[in-house]
Design a protein. Structure first.
Length: 159
């Protein structure tokens, strides 16, 4: 009976050790980890200045350095980046096969791709010479904080 109790105790300890080894957290994303094509060739600008850098341009090829607020859809690499002053840059990968880990939340990254200004039909209505009011007016749910979209070709974890 005494030997059997020791064997049961040893098996129990082994099970506990195995469970703790398999329950370890995955290692954090390493500095320099690349998703898509490695950003190169363009010196990154701060994500908070992209809107002023674009001025009147609607599309700009750029590299940005900024903090990821959250990964909204891991498949396709959809995420939100802090644009400063309460602004949010909506970003997604050009290649839909990219799978972004949600652990990127709060990390500083460098992204390269094309920045696009989001236009609302009512903003451009005066170009058509037609100012719409009443029921015909466009009901578009857009906030001033989501004015820049970014199509990412490559991302590298900076910090």
């Amino acid at each position: 009976m005494h030997m059997r109790g020791i064997k049961v105790l040893l098996v129990g300890v082994q099970v506990l050790i195995a469970a703790t080894l398999f329950a370890q957290k995955p290692p954090p994303l390493p500095h320099g980890m690349v998703f898509g094509i490695k950003p190169a060739g363009i010196g990154p600008t701060n994500a908070t200045t992209i809107e002023s850098d674009m001025q009147r341009k609607t599309r700009v090829t750029a590299a940005l350095r900024g903090r990821i607020i959250k990964v909204t859809k891991p498949k396709g690499g959809w995420f939100e980046m802090d644009g400063g002053n309460g602004r949010i840059i909506q970003a997604h990968f050009k290649d839909y096969n990219i799978l972004l880990p949600t652990a990127l939340r709060g990390r500083i990254v460098i992204i390269q791709g094309v920045a696009l200004k989001q236009f609302i039909a009512d903003d451009l209505q005066h170009f058509a010479g037609d100012t719409v009011s009443g029921k015909k007016q466009h009901k578009v749910n857009t906030s001033a904080s989501h004015r820049i979209n970014f199509e990412v070709t490559g991302l590298i974890v900076d910090e």
